[in-house]
Ligand binder design. Structure first.
Ligand SMILES: [Zn+2]
Length: 98
C-alpha cells in the first residue's frame, strides 16, 4: 500500500493516539512508542505547515501587454484576447494609454 496520500492531520491523530495510549498503559515500558508518537506528531505538523507554505495563490508572472490595443495578456498567450493580433511584445512596461 502506498502512503503518499496520507494528510498531515492523520499523522497528528495517529501520533496523539499512540502517545496517549502508551502514556496510559505504562510510561517506562512504552518509551519507544511515546517517541514514535512524538515523531508522528512532528511529521503531521511538518506536513501541515509545509502544505500551507506551498502553492501561493497568485505566483507573480511577468506581465505582457498587447502591442496593438494594450490589453493585459497571460504570460503564455500567443494571441491577444481582445483584438486577436499575435502578441509579440513581452514587457512589464505598460504601453501608451488609450
Ligand atoms: Zn490586442
Amino acid at each position: 500500500m502506498s502512503s503518499t496520500k496520507i494528510p498531515g492531520w492523520a499523522y497528528l491523530f495517529v501520533g496523539l493516539v499512540v502517545l496517549f495510549v502508551s502514556l496510559y498503559l505504562n510510561y517506562q515500558k512504552m518509551l519507544v512508542f511515546i517517541l514514535f508518537g512524538i515523531v508522528f506528531i512532528a511529521l503531521g505538523l511538518g506536513k501541515i505547515i509545509f502544505a500551507k507554505r506551498k502553492a501561493p495563490p497568485n505566483p507573480q508572472k511577468p506581465a505582457k501587454y498587447c502591442h496593438f490595443c494594450g490589453q493585459l495578456l497571460a504570460a503564455q498567450a500567443q494571441f491577444c484576447s481582445r483584438c486577436g493580433q499575435q502578441s509579440i511584445v513581452k514587457s512589464s512596461a505598460h504601453p501608451a494609454l488609450r
